[in-house]
Design a protein around this ligand. Structure first.
Ligand code: NAP
Length: 484
């Protein structure tokens, strides 16, 4: 079992108090590197989620909102608590997710960055009066907190994803009811432990519930006291939330799946493109929404690029993320492992060839360590091209023309992240404008940052997190014209 000063309580948190499941049920949390159960946490019934919503409602202040200064202090408090406890939060994250320790600790810094950004820009949420006086009135625009927000997060960034949502919700003055993914609730408990100890916030401002997604999701979708849901996860669940909240016309912020194209033109710096692809693709074991899922390489440089990837991949170390010098941890669970294996089998059976990695029959059983794998001659009929693989498989497809590769890049219902490598600035501009993706990296495989808006087009989502756009997600503009 995991031991940590940040996990002295292993319960939910409602109305400012650590709260166990009222029915006493629990579920197991595993370390994917060892297969061991490292904690048991409460599986909370509907009544507990209803209590969390009520606690949030009691903390909501509409007629005398928390001042900007008060909210800034909350944000700074969480930022500082995360920074001061980065090692321990990162260790917990590493143990329940599996990503390398340094990467896990880097995610804590990334998370702190969202609280920092919102604290520094919170003034943008202040009311302002228009300089124009149309209709003989003075017009003031207020940014009101939308109300109690349901925040639902995935397992792939156990602290990063909640930071994006919670920072903007608190900046707006919105209480929240938070549901972490069932694979990774411990990092969230650690965050609540830090908030409980170090941040002076009203009871009910942040509430933590854990357990069955169907039970918690139902309350959050159906309660009239929760006017907004902010969800990061699969497009499949996102679609369900759209349907389940339609009756009440709830506000939704959805960060959903991706199928990122990574395009390498023949004039690109191939070493830099290969380095960027490795960093982008293998972060989190290839289990990120922004990681390259289809690698389009110009046919003239495909062989050379494949060799560069193979060289790099063959140097990587796979293992328990807690050990030093591990580049790639385990996949999150057996379903995740089996999906990557299925994609590899399907591609090889349909004409792709292995450039680096192991054949499916050599992968072994009873563990979740999938080696970094590169295949080439991939086409649009293959599962790895059409679906999000969510694992360390690099599938290369060849192309000839700019037009063809823009069409191929867009040949997906998703529109989250994309990347283009070329030294021709005009071409880069044309390709970026042609790609229907919320994020287009030009000669970089970097993903989101707290300072810039990030989010999906098409079936990859609604809304933005990060930047000023993200800061405004949890407020509603209210316009007050005053007659003379
Ligand atoms: P998921 O299965 O959709 O789950 C995400 C969260 O939703 C979990 O907390 C899950 O709870 C919960 N959930 C499941 N069914 C629900 C329901 N009916 N009502 C309410 N909540 C429900 O996704 P995942 O496997 O954790 O994450 C991987 C996916 O997230 C990938 O598709 C990835 O691309 C996407 N993602 C997108 C972004 C982005 O910024 N766009 C970032 C990260 C990840 P349980 O864990 O209890 O099932």
């Amino acid at each position: 079992m995991i031991e940590s000063p940040l996990l002295e309580k292993l319960t939910g948190y409602i109305g400012g108090r650590w709260t166990d499941s009222s029915q006493g049920n629990t579920f197991d949390v595993y370390n994917p590197a060892t297969g061991e159960v490292i904690a048991k946490v409460p599986s909370m019934p509907e009544a507990d989620v209803v209590a969390a919503v009520a606690a949030g409602k009691s903390a909501l202040r509409l007629t005398s909102p928390y001042t900007l200064e008060t909210r800034r202090k909350w944000l700074e408090g969480i930022r500082d608590a995360l920074k001061n406890n980065k090692e321990e939060v990162g260790r917990i994250l590493c143990m329940e997710h599996g990503k390398p320790l340094k990467e896990a600790q880097g995610e804590v810094d990334y998370a702190a960055g969202f609280f920092d950004y919102c604290s520094k820009h919170i003034q943008a949420l202040d009311a302002h009066t228009l300089t124009e006086k149309p209709k003989d009135c003075t017009w003031t625009v207020h940014y009101r907190p939308i109300g109690v927000a349901g925040l639902i997060t995935p397992w792939n960034f156990p602290i990063g994803m909640i930071a994006k949502k919670l920072s903007a919700a608190l900046a707006a003055g919105c209480p929240s009811v938070i549901k972490p993914a069932s694979e990774t609730p411990l990092t969230m408990i650690a965050l609540f432990s830090l908030i409980d100890k170090h941040v002076d916030m009203p009871d009910g401002m942040v509430n933590l519930v854990m357990g069955k997604a169907s039970v918690i999701g139902k309350v959050l979708c159906e309660s009239p006291d929760v006017p907004m849901l902010s969800f990061t996860g699969s497009t499949e669940v996102g679609r369900k939330l759209v349907v389940d909240t339609a009756e009440q016309v709830k506000k939704l912020a959805l960060e959903l799946g991706g199928n990122a194209p990574f395009i390498v033109f023949d004039d690109a710096d191939l070493d830099s493109a290969a380095d960027n692809l490795i960093a982008n693709k293998f972060r989190g074991g290839g289990q990120t929404c922004v990681c390259a899922n289809r690698i389009f390489v110009h046919e003239k440089v495909a062989e050379a690029f494949g060799e560069k990837l193979a060289e790099r991949v063959n140097r990587m170390t796979v293992g328990d993320g807690l050990k030093e010098d591990v580049d790639l941890g385990p996949l999150i669970n057996k379903a995740g492992f089996d999906k990557v294996k299925r994609h590899l089998e399907d591609a090889l059976a349909n004409g792709a060839s292995l450039v680096a990695g192991k054949k499916p029959e050599d992968l072994g059983d009873g563990h979740l360590f999938f080696p970094p794998t590169v295949i080439t001659d991939v086409n649009r009929e293959m599962c790895c091209y059409r679906e999000e693989t969510f694992g360390p498989l690099v599938p290369m497809a060849l192309f000839r023309t700019e037009e063809e590769v823009i069409d191929a890049g867009n040949d997906t219902e998703f529109g989250l992240a994309s990347y283009v490598f070329t030294n021709d600035a005009e071409r880069a501009q044309r390709v970026a404008a042609g790609l229907r993706f919320g994020h287009v990296g030009w000669n970089t495989g970097t993903g989101p940052t707290p300072e810039a808006p990030f989010g999906g087009m098409k079936a990859s989502g609604i809304g933005r997190e990060g930047g000023l756009e993200g800061l405004f997600e949890f407020v509603e503009a209210q316009t007050v014209p005053r007659g003379f």
